[in-house]
Design a binder for this molecule. Structure first.
Ligand SMILES: *[C@@H]1O[C@H](CO)[C@@H](O)[C@H](O)[C@H]1NC(C)=O
Ligand SMILES: *[C@@H]1O[C@H](CO)[C@@H](O)[C@H](O)[C@H]1NC(C)=O
Ligand SMILES: *[C@@H]1O[C@H](CO)[C@@H](O)[C@H](O)[C@H]1NC(C)=O
Ligand SMILES: *[C@@H]1O[C@H](CO)[C@@H](O)[C@H](O)[C@H]1NC(C)=O
Ligand SMILES: *[C@@H]1O[C@H](CO)[C@@H](O)[C@H](O)[C@H]1NC(C)=O
Ligand SMILES: *[C@@H]1O[C@H](CO)[C@@H](O)[C@H](O)[C@H]1NC(C)=O
Ligand SMILES: *[C@@H]1O[C@H](CO)[C@@H](O)[C@H](O)[C@H]1NC(C)=O
Ligand SMILES: *[C@@H]1O[C@H](CO)[C@@H](O)[C@H](O)[C@H]1NC(C)=O
Length: 472
C-alpha cells in the first residue's frame, strides 16, 4: 500500500527532479569578468534584444501585459535569444504572468530601474538624487527581485551622453551603491547592478574606470553595458573598432556586454554580421554578448518586427537576418578565455572639461534609510515625478521616520519635470545613441488572432514546480 504521504513525497521528488533540471530559469552568477548559469556552471553569453514596444512617446510596460507577452515571447524564441532588456516598467503593476512566461521560455531580463519622471536629471543631478527617487527605484527592485530570471538591473542608461555632462557620474555611482546595499539589506539574491554607457570617445574609458573603481565595493558596478553602434553593415573586427575596444577593456574586472548594438546606417536591411565576431573567441575573453537595438520598429527604424496589433507582429528582413546569424554562430567552447585575475580599476582624476566627477560620491539622503528597514512600500508607478523632490527632503527635516507612504503625497508637490531636464531613462529624449532618440508608436490595428498559449511545461509539472518553489 502506498500511503498518501508517500504519494505526496513522490510528487515532490518528481517535482524536485523536474524543477532542478529546469536550468533555463536558474539564476545567472558572476565570476571574474563573466556570467555563468548557476545550475549548470556553463558560461552565459547574452543573446538579446532591447525591448520597449511603443518607444518613449507611448510608454507602456510590456511586462505587465500577458497579451503582449504571449504575442512576443514565441517570437523571441524563434529568434533564438536568451535575454531582453526593458528600459522602463511601471512598478505598481503586476508582472508575475509575464515573468513566468519568460522564465519558462529560458529568457532573462535586464531591467533599467528608472522612468523618464523618476531618474537622475542632467540639469540638476543633486536635486534629482532624493528620497522619493530612491523610493521609486527601490520599489522597482522589490517588484522584480524575487524572479530568478532577472539577470541584472541597470542603475542608469546614458546619463553621461555628452562630453560636457560627466558631472552627473557621482550621482549615478551613488545610485549603484544604494541599490546594491538595498538588495543585500533586504535579503534578496545578489542581483547584479550595472550601468549602460553611451559611446563617447572622449570619456569612453573614463566612464568604464570610474564606475568600477574605489575602495567601496558597494559603489562599484557588477557589470558594464556599452551602447555601441560602431559596426555598420558588412564591417569587420578591425574596421568596426571592436579590436580597439578589446584593448581598452582587456583588464576590466567585471562582465562587459553590448547593451545596445545594431547600426542602421545601411542601404537596406541590417546583415548583423557582427554576431559572428561578438560570439567568437576573439571577443569572449572580454565581452559576454549583447543586445540588439531593438525589437519593435519605431520612428527611428531600428526594428526587427513591426507591431501590427496587441496580438500580431510582422517579422521584418532584419529579423530573418539576425535569426540566421544567431543560428549559424555558436558560443566559444569552455570558459571562452574569461578572467578572474583582473583587479578593479583605478579612479580617474578630476579633470576640468574632460572628467568632472569627484571620487567622493554623495551620501544617500538620510530619510531613505527607512526603506532599508521596512522596504520601499507602495509603488507609485511611472507618473511619479521625483526630479525636483529635493525640496521635500529639505523641508522634511526628518529622522528616518518617514515612510514610503509619504512619497505619494510628495509627488504632487513636485513641479513638472521639464523634458529639457534629460533623464537617465533609456528612452529619454536627448542622448547620444538611438535608444534615446524619441520614437513614436503607431496605432494598433485590430486583429483577428487570439492569444496562443506558450507554456510548454505541462500543467502538472508547473504546479509541482510552483509548490516546490514556494517551499524553498
Ligand atoms: C536534464 O534535461 C536534459 C535534457 O533537457 C537531460 O538530457 C538530462 O538528462 C536531464 N538531467 C536530469 C538530472 O534529469
Ligand atoms: C550563485 O547562484 C546561487 C543560486 O542563485 C546562489 O545561491 C549563490 O550564492 C551564487 N553565488 C555567487 C558567488 O553569487
Ligand atoms: C529551455 O529553453 C529552450 C530554448 O529556449 C527551450 O527549447 C526549452 O523548451 C526550454 N526548456 C524548459 C524546460 O523550459
Ligand atoms: C553641453 O553641450 C551641448 C552641445 O553640445 C549643449 O547643448 C549643452 O547645453 C551643454 N550642456 C552644458 C551643461 O553645458
Ligand atoms: C556560418 O558561419 C561560418 C563562420 O563561423 C561561415 O564560414 C559560414 O560561411 C557561415 N555559413 C553560411 C551559410 O553563411
Ligand atoms: C571633490 O571632493 C573633495 C573632497 O574629497 C572636495 O574637497 C572637492 O571640492 C570636490 N571637488 C569638486 C569639484 O566637487
Ligand atoms: C545637494 O542637495 C542636498 C539636499 O538635497 C544639499 O544638502 C546639498 O548641499 C546639495 N549639494 C550640492 C553640492 O549642491
Ligand atoms: C499606446 O500603446 C497602447 C498599447 O500598445 C495602445 O493601446 C495605444 O493606442 C497607444 N497610443 C498611441 C497614442 O499610440
Amino acid at each position: 500500500m502506498v500511503s498518501f504521504a508517500s504519494f505526496v513525497g513522490l510528487l515532490f521528488l518528481v517535482g524536485f527532479a523536474r524543477c532542478a533540471n529546469d536550468t533555463n530559469s536558474s539564476a545567472i552568477n558572476i565570476t571574474g569578468n563573466a556570467f555563468f548559469n548557476s545550475a549548470t556552471g556553463e558560461r552565459f553569453y547574452i543573446r538579446g534584444v532591447d525591448y520597449q514596444p511603443g518607444g518613449s512617446s507611448n510608454l507602456t510596460d510590456p511586462l505587465a501585459s500577458p497579451t503582449i507577452c504571449r504575442r512576443d515571447i514565441p517570437v523571441f524564441q524563434e529568434l533564438g535569444i536568451n535575454t531582453i532588456r526593458v528600459y522602463t516598467v511601471d512598478n505598481s503593476l503586476d508582472h508575475q504572468e509575464c515573468m513566468e512566461m519568460l522564465q519558462h521560455a529560458g529568457i532573462y531580463l535586464i531591467l533599467d530601474v528608472n522612468t523618464p519622471d523618476s531618474s537622475i536629471s542632467r540639469s540638476n543631478p543633486n536635486c534629482s538624487y532624493n528620497t522619493d527617487y530612491l523610493q521609486s527605484i527601490f520599489a522597482t527592485v522589490d517588484a522584480f527581485a524575487n524572479y530568478d530570471n532577472v539577470l541584472g538591473f541597470f542603475a542608469g542608461n546614458e546619463v553621461i551622453n555628452q562630453v560636457n555632462n560627466t558631472y552627473t557620474a557621482p550621482y549615478v555611482k551613488s545610485v549603484v551603491r544604494d541599490m546594491k546595499r538595498y538588495i543585500r539589506t533586504r535579503g534578496y539574491r545578489r542581483i547584479p547592478v550595472g550601468y549602460s554607457a553611451a559611446d563617447i570617445s572622449s570619456n569612453r574609458q573614463l566612464v568604464a574606470e570610474y564606475f568600477n573603481c574605489g575602495d567601496d565595493a558597494d559603489a562599484r558596478i557588477d557589470m558594464f553595458g556599452v551602447n555601441d553602434y560602431s559596426w555598420c553593415g558588412r564591417s569587420s573586427f578591425q574596421v568596426s573598432g571592436y579590436s580597439t575596444k578589446m584593448q581598452i577593456y582587456q583588464d576590466y574586472s567585471v562582465p562587459i556586454f553590448l547593451s545596445e548594438f545594431g547600426c542602421n546606417e545601411v542601404p537596406s536591411s541590417r546583415p548583423f554580421t557582427e554576431i559572428g565576431s561578438i560570439y567568437s573567441s576573439r571577443m569572449s575573453s572580454v565581452f559576454s554578448g549583447g543586445l540588439v537595438y531593438e525589437y519593435s520598429n519605431e520612428d527611428n527604424r531600428y526594428g526587427l518586427v513591426q507591431i501590427e496589433s496587441e496580438t500580431e507582429v510582422t517579422r521584418l528582413p532584419d529579423f530573418y537576418n539576425l535569426k540566421y546569424e544567431y543560428g549559424n554562430t555558436s558560443n566559444p567552447s569552455g570558459g571562452g578565455g574569461y578572467s578572474t585575475s583582473n583587479d578593479h580599476s583605478s579612479c580617474p582624476d578630476y579633470d576640468a572639461g574632460t572628467w568632472e566627477a569627484n571620487n567622493t560620491i554623495p551620501e544617500m539622503p538620510s530619510a531613505a534609510s527607512a526603506y532599508f528597514r521596512s522596504g520601499a512600500g507602495a509603488a507609485q508607478g511611472t507618473g511619479f515625478l521625483t526630479q525636483d523632490s529635493c525640496y521635500n527632503d529639505a523641508s522634511d527635516n526628518d529622522d528616518d521616520s518617514s515612510s514610503s507612504s509619504s512619497s505619494s503625497s510628495s509627488s504632487s508637490s513636485s513641479s513638472s519635470s521639464t523634458s529639457s531636464a534629460a533623464s537617465s531613462s533609456g528612452i529619454s529624449s536627448s542622448s547620444a545613441t538611438p535608444s534615446s532618440s524619441s520614437s513614436s508608436s503607431r496605432e494598433s490595428s485590430s486583429s483577428s488572432r487570439g492569444s496562443a498559449a506558450v507554456l510548454e511545461t505541462p500543467l502538472f509539472f508547473q504546479i509541482i514546480c510552483e509548490m516546490f518553489n514556494m517551499m524553498f
